[in-house]
Write a protein of this length. Structure first.
Length: 487
């Protein structure tokens, strides 16, 4: 098989160059009036990664009112649904919720995308359901605007390590700590998958890829070890809801066997839409940066491992020094960073006490975000890839300096979409809609308009699904935007 390694690498690099590009903006935020915020996601990115895990949107309120409530919907014109409220002292992670910060008049709304649309609409009301003006501020660096994040991973989940994994996950689950488990799927039978499924169903476990056979470099079968491992997991397991979107399931994390990687592996990880390749080195704090060359986050290691030390095992990066473990967490806390702890359950010495003491020290803190590795990087991808439509935030009284027809939102849509445009001068304006055959199907605006910002809602009920074109015509020129109606 080695003689095929170079041709395979060349093939992957060719594909890689065709698909790789810098991290682009794919989340778009608009202020839809004074009291509503609209967030839209690029449809292909939505398909590729799901984004069911909640993102936290910070909205600045004109003034906080007791009894304030947060609402959301996934379609324009749909029914508003209320987000459950949490307080700063509550312990919660990765759920849809709102937390009001009264002193700063800020609402932190945490919500994931739905498979039913590419949009999220948000608003705040008082107890009487009268709208409170709310302005988008940011997507928070961490879920619920927490001070830091903690994530954990465990290597070599397979049939032979079953008893040690069951014990380890029972303990970590009791501390409400998410663990991303590197699954070796080679030789796994129905009984092994039932055991892994039981751990997923019990909560606080992410299914991560760790190859089929845990090979050393170079692999004899790169596609089988990487793509095959991912396919084994998706085919034989039902992943937790936050790792799904509609009928699609997502595996975001690759845990490198022996902590090693190469260009072939990185290329296959990119093609399989992994977000992060976790290596086996220690003393890494924080979030790995986006790597434009491999089109995923840069490969990185962990902060600490609570395995026995190399002096005892003969290999590894583990430590049984409780001061080193707790001190590394304290460093991450002081820096507002990420603490990533890992272990090999097959060798962890739970009976010696220090692993449990460390978990007791780092866990169950309301100001810390506890998250699976895959969701950490999924959230980070979104948080670093949003764009605010500053024009949509301008007040209607401001005079625009140009003539612009903005892209409709949401897009694709069903059945309603909003069309926004700006006029720099007074004159006759026509806003017309055409089908793919060039036939005008509707004229939404026809008359004299003054300079300003305008929005028109088009309800396409009764129209056939497909491509439509919106054309804005005025004395300043003509602009056209393509729209997609789906059913």
């Amino acid at each position: 098989m080695r003689r095929y390694a170079i041709p395979l690498l060349l093939f992957l690099l060719i594909c890689f160059q065709r698909t790789t590009h810098a991290q682009e903006k794919f989340l778009f935020v608009r202020q839809a009036g004074a009291d509503e915020v609209h967030i839209a996601i690029d449809p292909q990115v939505h398909i590729d990664y799901g984004f069911s895990y909640p993102l936290t949107f910070a909205l600045e309120l004109s003034a906080f009112e007791e009894g304030a409530r947060a609402w959301y919907r996934y379609r324009q014109g749909g029914a508003w649904l209320q987000l459950p409220e949490k307080s700063g002292g509550d312990f919660f992670n990765g759920i849809a919720a709102v937390r009001f910060e009264r002193g700063s008049s800020t609402a932190y709304l945490s919500l994931g995308f739905s498979a039913e649309s590419d949009s999220i609409f948000l608003r705040i009301t008082n107890a009487a359901r009268k709208s409170i003006p709310a302005r988008f501020n940011r997507i928070c660096t961490y879920y619920d605007d927490r001070e830091m994040a903690v994530t954990a991973s465990a290597d070599d989940m397979a049939g032979w390590s079953r008893a040690k994994f069951v014990r380890t996950l029972h303990i970590t689950r009791s501390y409400r700590l998410w663990v991303s488990c590197g699954i070796n799927s080679g030789g796994a039978d129905a009984a092994v998958y039932r055991y892994i499924q039981a751990q997923l169903d019990s909560g606080y476990v992410e299914a991560a890829c760790h190859s089929r056979s845990h090979p050393s470099l170079p692999y004899k079968d790169y596609p089988g070890e990487i793509t095959g491992n991912k396919e084994d997991i998706i085919r034989n397991l039902t992943l937790p809801a936050a790792f799904t979107s509609g009928e699609r399931e997502y595996v975001y994390t690759w845990i490198a066997p022996n902590g090693r990687t190469n260009a072939i592996i990185d290329s296959l990880l990119t093609l399989n839409k992994f977000l992060f390749n976790r290596l086996y080195v220690s003393n890494f704090f924080g979030l790995s940066p986006w790597n434009e060359k491999i089109h995923m986050f840069t490969n990185a290691g962990v902060t600490r491992a609570f395995d026995p030390p190399a002096s005892q095992l003969g290999w590894g990066i583990g430590t049984n020094d409780l001061g080193s473990l707790n001190g590394a967490f304290d460093k991450a806390m002081s820096e507002g960073s990420v603490y990533h702890v890992m272990c090999h359950p097959n060798v962890v010495e739970w009976e010696k006490g220090y692993p449990v003491q460390h978990l007791a020290y780092i866990c169950n803190r309301p100001n810390v975000w506890y998250v699976a590795v895959g969701h950490l990087y999924l959230y980070h991808l979104a948080q670093s890839s949003y764009q605010v439509d500053s024009a949509a935030f301008a007040g209607a009284e401001e005079q625009p300096e140009d003539f612009i027809l903005q892209q409709n939102y949401p897009n694709p849509f069903n059945p309603e979409t909003t069309i926004a445009y700006r006029l720099a001068g007074t004159g006759r304006v026509r806003l017309e809609l055409y089908n793919s055959r060039g036939e005008m199907v509707e004229r939404l605006v026809d008359g004299l308009q003054n300079p300003g910002h305008y929005r028109v809602v088009w309800n396409a009920g009764g129209r056939a699904a497909g491509v439509y074109f919106c054309r804005l015509i005025s004395g300043a020129g003509t602009e056209t935007r393509k729209m997609l109606l789906v059913r």
